[in-house]
Design a protein around this ligand. Structure first.
Ligand SMILES: [Zn+2]
Length: 324
């Protein structure tokens, strides 16, 4: 834990569970989309906010490391330092190049852009060109794969997924002269089929868009990233640890009738209190009895993606379930 921990609610929960929480060190990966672009509030970070976040990292002992540094440490089974932060940017928007990038350079912070290739290839108005990508400082910039067409890939056929990967990877190599090693699912949507095909294409690590943390033992094909948009609770995010020692008993799949009626999980048997998260419905406090959370509810899940999370103390894990 870092000494700057200020969120009083979380601190209270932490103190309650401190005696049963073993020391765990976790890095945090953040994802940004647009910068200084108020037309799109749900994906935007203002430049004042970006500066505030970077100053917070700088003044509180955080070290912004390359994504590759973190992935390699995970692959080698090393302990992950608590003060590591990794910055990623999805979707190669032009506002990163024109507005965000100068601030990254000023702080000397490395970053990884996950490329949506079709947007750049077809010169969509809001997107960075290949020439601009190539012009970025090689000491800071790295580029990875976010698909060719940025479609809802979990619901595509196997053939269509492969066609997207083939086209996107060929274009990536032609324009940037390197083969990407990492993949981010468009919209953070994935299922077993998409994960299997992604692995077959040889990606060394795959990232989602679930709030969370990265620790020794994190599944390298399902790495959490927390989105920073608007005015995020940065300190809370930085203090999350990954909940690894738990089992989600229910749900196992997206509910057939679209209504989630129960969240059941096995957690630390000494835990007394926890939180259950359902996307669209927020967090709810729950009691833990003999290591079991059994939350009965009736929540209609909008859309094709259901996210369910469990938090015990500062430890958190969110899972995604896709409608078939
Ligand atoms: Zn995206």
């Amino acid at each position: 834990m870092l000494k700057t921990f200020k969120s009083s609610l979380l601190l209270f929960i932490y103190l309650l569970s401190a005696s049963i929480t073993f020391l765990q060190a976790d890095a945090h990966i953040f994802v940004y989309h647009r910068f200084g672009d108020a037309r799109h509030p749900s994906t935007n970070t203002s430049l004042a906010e970006l500066r505030k976040e970077f100053n917070y990292f700088k003044n509180n002992g955080y070290k912004v490391v390359k994504l590759e540094t973190l992935v390699n440490a995970l692959k080698e089974g090393k302990e992950i330092p608590d003060n590591w932060v990794v910055l990623t940017i999805d979707d190669n928007f032009k506002s990163f190049y024109t507005k965000g990038y100068p601030i990254f350079k000023e702080f000397g912070y490395p970053f990884t852009i996950f490329l949506y290739l079709e947007a750049t290839a077809k010169k969509y108005k809001d997107y960075t060109s290949f020439a601009q990508l190539r012009k970025m400082d090689k000491r800071l910039a790295s580029f990875e794969f976010h698909s060719y067409g940025h479609k809802h890939m979990a619901s595509m056929s196997e053939k269509a997924i492969r066609a997207d990967f083939d086209k996107g990877l060929a274009l990536f190599e032609k324009e940037l002269n390197v083969r990407p090693k990492y993949f981010v699912y468009p919209y953070g949507e994935y299922n077993e089929k998409l994960e299997r095909i992604s692995k077959e294409y040889g990606f060394e690590a795959i990232f989602n868009q679930n709030m969370g943390a990265v620790a020794k033992g994190t599944n390298i094909y399902d790495i959490d990233r927390s989105a920073l948009v608007g005015k995020p609770k940065l300190k809370t995010y930085l203090n999350f640890d990954e909940l690894q020692d738990y089992e989600l008993i229910e749900p196992k799949t997206f509910p057939k009738n679209g209504v989630l009626i129960r969240v059941k999980a096995r957690v630390d048997k000494n835990a007394k209190n926890a939180y259950v998260y359902i996307r669209g419905h927020g967090w709810r406090p729950v009691k833990v009895k003999d290591g079991i959370i059994d939350y009965k509810t009736s929540k209609t899940i909008k859309g094709k993606r259901m996210k369910v999370g469990i938090q015990v103390g500062t430890k958190l894990k969110v899972k995604v379930f896709m409608k078939d």
